[in-house]
Design a protein around this ligand. Structure first.
Ligand code: 2BA
Length: 110
C-alpha cells in the first residue's frame, strides 16, 4: 500500500475530493498553508493499493490546474536608490499539484 500526500489549490479540492471518492478511493482532507505564498491550500491524504497508484495520480493530474499568483518580493537597501526597502510584484505559477508517494508499513483500523 502507498500513501499519496497531494497538495492542491483550494479551487480544485472539492471536485478532486468528489472524483476520488466516486472512484472508490479513501481520502482525508486537511486545510493547509503554503510556506512561500502563506496562502491557504489543501492537502489530501489518500491511502491506495499499489495497483491503483497510477490511476489516482492520473485523476489528480486531470483535475488540478496550474494558475498564476502574484506575490511581493522585497528589494534590499543595496538595490534601492537612497537605501531602504521596497516591495515589487512577482508572478509565480502554482500547481497543478505537489505529490509525495510514501510506502505504508501497516494500514490498520482498530
Ligand atoms: P507555497 O509554498 O505557497 O508555494 C506556492 C508557489 O510559489 C509554488 O508552487 C512555486 O511556484 C512558488 N515557490 C515556492 N517556493 C518558492 C521559492 N523559494 N522561490 C520562488 N518561488 C517559489 P508549487 O511548486 O506548485 O507548490 C504549491 C504548494 O505545494 C506550495 O505552496 C507548498 O504548500 C507545497 N509544496 C511545494 N513543494 C513542496 C515541498 N518540497 N515540500 C512540501 N510542500 C511543498
Amino acid at each position: 500500500m502507498k500513501l499519496i500526500i497531494a497538495i492542491v489549490q483550494d479551487e480544485d479540492s472539492g471536485r478532486l475530493l468528489t472524483g476520488l471518492m466516486e472512484n472508490g478511493f479513501g481520502v482525508t482532507k486537511l486545510a493547509t498553508t503554503g510556506g512561500f505564498l502563506k496562502a491557504g491550500n489543501t492537502t489530501l491524504m489518500i491511502g491506495v493499493e499499489d495497483d491503483r497508484v497510477q490511476e489516482a495520480i492520473r485523476s489528480i493530474e486531470s483535475m488540478c490546474k496550474s494558475r498564476k499568483r502574484l506575490t511581493t518580493a522585497q528589494a534590499s537597501a543595496a538595490t534601492v536608490p537612497g537605501g531602504g526597502f521596497t516591495h515589487f510584484p512577482v508572478e509565480v505559477t502554482v500547481g497543478g499539484a505537489t505529490l509525495f508517494v510514501l510506502s505504508v508499513d501497516q494500514f490498520l483500523k482498530v
